[in-house]
Write a protein that binds this ligand. Structure first.
Ligand code: IMP
Ligand code: MG
Length: 426
């Protein structure tokens, strides 16, 4: 490998989402051909701009229809097991499986009415535009084709700001209650790994208190669970205890495959990870402490210091590559990720966490289950693995999560017997 290639490969590919980049590239062509930056100085004024926006809208929408078609073709091949030879796979080698079709054209129309993508003359359709169109397309498909039986949320950055707690003024709370009222089960699938219910109560008390004091039926209140430490600790809402959570023994909810994860392997993997972390702390002189837990090991900055993005990423990549090369790292699933200000290596990952939630609620299928998270890059990000278990939405802040929940509510109403398809376009 040439150095240049190695730099591109090792350091860049995991920082891009190839499907999004590819769609961005497709949309860049009509943008370049149709955008009219000089209209600012021209005679046509606002009329020329309107005409441009109409043309751009039509071409962008056509591209989204074509991508939707390629995804449908990929899905039909999934059923035959030949999706690894689909045209989409040739064009975007990293695509995996899709749990549902994506209504990309409708989603583009919806987002264009809100973001005015087609009206822009200087800024081409961006990564964030496409990420949000994909989220809308996913939600549209879920509410149209199947019931949304389970929504799982990541914690930090998804429900509350990094390192903060879910307090009682959090605008996601009434929206989560609305989902529960309509029969959707809720899981909080977070890396935050604590053995005690009180610690989770400390982080999530706003939501737990709101459920406790709500008018939801007691059976419905139990439809909220927390899966902490990626896939390590399960707690269920209960009205019976002051911290509102009942710990559920692992053997009652973990999948058969997880029961074969031995304590010896857990210890061995964490020992290797701890050594790798220590070598990073030493070599980069990091002002950080190592924190070893029952099912995780991490580094957290010493009070008053911050680790830089480069230090965090280097540490994740060292740990990931070190563990990947060991026999225990091949046997036992683990998740090495950059938490924004810390780095953790956890036993298991969020695919196991979401699968465990689906199982605990009686076997919910991946195409009726949505995971909402902020970390979807392929290395160093912990929500990425949830894509193996269910449909996903990639948000960038708690505000976007609230907007997504509003979209779910609005689109569900449009698809309910009382709503009309026409509402989808408004
Ligand atoms: P998430 O975004 O909800 O998955 O939470 C990730 C954050 O939880 C990390 O960045 C850490 O700050 C925090 N955390 C606390 N305990 C653990 C643990 O045992 N493993 C991983 N992260 C942890
Ligand atoms: Mg997060």
């Amino acid at each position: 490998m040439t150095t240049r290639y190695r730099v591109e490969y090792a350091l860049k590919t995991h920082r891009r989402d190839q499907l999004i980049e590819w769609v961005k590239g497709l949309l860049a062509v009509p943008f370049v051909l149709l955008s009219q930056p000089t209209a600012l100085f021209g005679q046509d004024g606002i009329h020329g701009t309107d005409e441009m926006a109409r043309n751009a809208h039509e071409r962008y929408a056509q591209i989204m229809s074509d991508v939707e078609g390629l995804i449908n073709d990929h899905i039909s091949r999934q059923k035959e097991g030949t999706h690894t030879h689909s045209k989409l796979k040739l064009l975007v080698p990293t695509v995996g499986v899709f749990f549902t079709p994506l209504l990309l054209r409708n989603a583009f129309e919806w987002q264009d009415q809100r973001r005015y993508i087609s009206s822009r003359r200087f800024v081409a359709p961006s990564f964030n535009d496409i990420r949000l169109i994909l989220n809308t397309a996913q939600v549209m498909s879920l509410v149209k084709h199947s019931r949304l039986d389970l929504v799982t949320f990541d914690g930090d950055v998804t429900l509350y700001d990094d390192g903060q707690s879910l307090t009682d003024d959090n605008p996601a709370i009434p929206r989560i209650l609305e989902l529960m009222r309509s029969g959707t089960r809720i899981g909080i699938v977070t890396a935050a790994g604590y053995t005690e219910a009180s610690k989770y109560y400390g982080r999530l008390h706003g939501l737990l208190d709101a459920i406790a004091t709500s008018d939801l039926h007691d059976d419905v209140k139990k439809n909220l669970i927390i899966l902490g430490g990626e896939a390590s600790y399960l707690f269920q809402f209960t009205g019976e205890s002051p911290d509102r959570l009942l710990p559920i023994p692992r053997k009652e909810w973990s999948l058969e495959e997880m029961q074969s994860w031995t304590q010896d392997d857990v210890t061995e993997l964490l020992d290797i990870a701890e050594k790798a972390l220590r070598s990073c702390v030493d070599s980069m002189r990091l002002k950080a402490d190592i924190l070893r837990k029952e099912r995780a090991v991490g580094i957290i900055p010493v009070a008053g210091f911050k680790l830089s993005r480069e230090q965090l990423e280097e540490t994740v990549l060292v740990c990931q590559k070190t563990l990947e090369m060991t026999p225990v790292g091949k046997r036992l699933p683990f998740c090495a990720f950059n938490g924004g200000s810390d780095v953790f290596i956890d036993i298991g990952d969020k695919s196991w966490g979401v699968l465990s939630c689906q199982r605990y609620f009686g076997g919910i299928a991946g195409n009726r289950s949505l995971h909402v998270g902020d970390q979807f890059l392929s290395i160093g990000a912990n929500d990425f693995k949830a894509r193996l278990a269910c449909t996903t939405a990639w948000i960038a802040s708690p505000t976007e999560t609230v907007a997504l929940l509003d979209e779910i509510s609005q689109l569900s109403k449009a698809h309910s017997p009382l709503g009309t398809e026409a509402n989808l376009k408004s």
